[in-house]
Design a binder for this molecule. Structure first.
Ligand SMILES: *Cc1c(COP(=O)(O)O)cnc(C)c1O
Length: 402
């Protein structure tokens, strides 16, 4: 296999600008504080739920927007023994950034540079027969044994293999393992509806998973790491723990099942705080349309505050007139349309707010502040999307000294 031609360069980790922990926020439009102790403590708390099982912390999507390398360090400090990074390019960038812990990756296209991945000690997922074949070819080319996890589709209907494809992979993998080409360290699968505790598909997927494990064993495979549980399963379904849990969103202190309970309920703490600064405060008469399209109109004499963040920063335009914010201990809702770089708050006539005052956009449930979950509920999405889409223009400041 020729992997040398026309390979794109590996992307570096997303260009998040970072601030030293002791940096002043003076002069910044907005910033995100990432509490690395919260990450560490959340991983430790999840690990306690998993008993003797290992923890693979999922740090895909630049650690759900929190920043991959610092989060990875904090997760390892909390007891994670493995990290999961969905896309191979991001995993390679993490290695280039100095991350040495075990890393599993599960998304790469045919023709990807698997030889470099193997040389970089990245555990590759065989999610389809073609992927197993390409991994084996790359391992032979490099002249080492590739560590792999096989991914079964037990009913999610997304990645992984099922049926004869999966059976064939088990047989081929056993042969390749006997030849020293690969080491099948793990077998895993992913739930469709773990965030709906009690849904019959959960039990059904576990039964299919256990049947697949039994079949793999009959084929001669002895994977050390059998894993299925995402955050929702980790928090609501201990029977899905197996050898390793694979939590993502809960590592960041967000609940995957907000209807069951928020972070406090599960002993977790939100790691991301997003603060902006008012850059304009002015008196405004009643009857004034606000922002593009005048979708909001003031009803009385009031004061307007301008927040210098917009959809280019990941503030959803769908949050127009519904997104939450807090200024000086008072709760507000976005007034009118979110623009590319800014939006407006109607602060009220008696507001003491002044230019430069901090605006909390994402804070902590336990403190009664707006949360990523509040933003998600306001626009009918999930908290995952709110934190992951926070843009690279918002510098991250890592607190906690990890
Ligand atoms: C994203 C992902 C996870 C983590 O899911 P959370 O709901 O964030 O805990 C685990 N496994 C796979 C395969 C994933 O894609």
């Amino acid at each position: 296999m020729d992997t040398t031609h026309s390979q794109p360069p590996h992307p570096t980790t997303a260009a998040l600008s970072t601030l030293p922990a002791d940096a002043s926020t003076e002069g910044l439009s907005a910033w995100a504080d990432i509490d690395l102790e919260a990450i560490r403590d959340n991983v430790a708390a999840l690990g306690r739920r998993a008993g003797d099982a290992e923890v693979m912390a999922v740090v895909k999507g630049d650690a759900y927007g929190h920043g991959l390398l610092p989060v990875a360090r904090a997760a390892l400090a909390g007891g994670a023994s493995y990290l999961a990074i969905a896309q191979l390019g991001e995993a390679l960038a993490a290695r280039a950034g100095g991350l040495t812990a075990p890393v599993l990756t599960w998304l790469f296209p045919p023709g990807a540079d698997l030889a470099t991945a193997i040389r970089s000690d990245i555990t590759l997922t065989a999610a389809a027969p073609w992927a197993l074949a390409e991994i084996a070819a790359a391992a032979r080319e490099v002249g080492t044994t590739a560590t792999i996890h096989i991914k079964a589709d037990t009913g999610l209907g997304r990645g992984g293999s099922w049926g004869e494809d999966l059976s064939g992979m088990f047989r081929d993998a056993a042969r390749l393992e006997a030849d020293g080409v690969i080491d099948v360290e793990g077998i895993f699968s992913h739930f469709a509806r773990a965030d709906e505790p009690g849904d019959p598909s959960i039990r059904a997927q576990q039964e299919v998973f256990e049947a697949a494990l039994a079949e793999a064993e009959r084929a001669g495979l002895r994977p050390r790491l059998r894993h299925l549980a995402n955050s929702a399963a980790t928090l609501t379904n201990p029977s899905a723990t197996y050898d390793m849990i694979r939590p993502g969103v809960s590592v960041y202190g967000l609940s995957p099942v907000p209807d069951v309970g928020g972070p406090t309920h599960f002993g977790l703490r939100e790691a991301m705080r997003v603060t902006a600064r008012l850059i304009n405060v002015k008196d405004c008469p009643p009857g004034q349309g606000i922002s593009y399209g005048h979708r909001y109109t003031t009803t009385e004499q009031t004061r307007l505050g301008l927040v210098p963040l917009g959809y280019a920063d990941g503030i959803p335009r769908h949050a127009s007139s519904v997104g939450p914010a807090q200024v000086g201990g008072r709760r507000y809702t976005v007034a009118g349309r979110v623009c590319m770089d800014q939006f407006v708050l109607d602060l009220g006539a008696d507001s003491p707010a002044a230019v430069g005052d901090p605006v909390t956009l994402i804070g902590q449930e336990a403190k009664g502040e707006p949360t990523a979950q509040d933003w998600a509920a306001a626009i009918d999405t999930i908290n995952y999307e709110i934190v992951t889409r926070l843009g690279s223009r918002v510098p991250r400041r890592y607190l906690g000294g990890l």
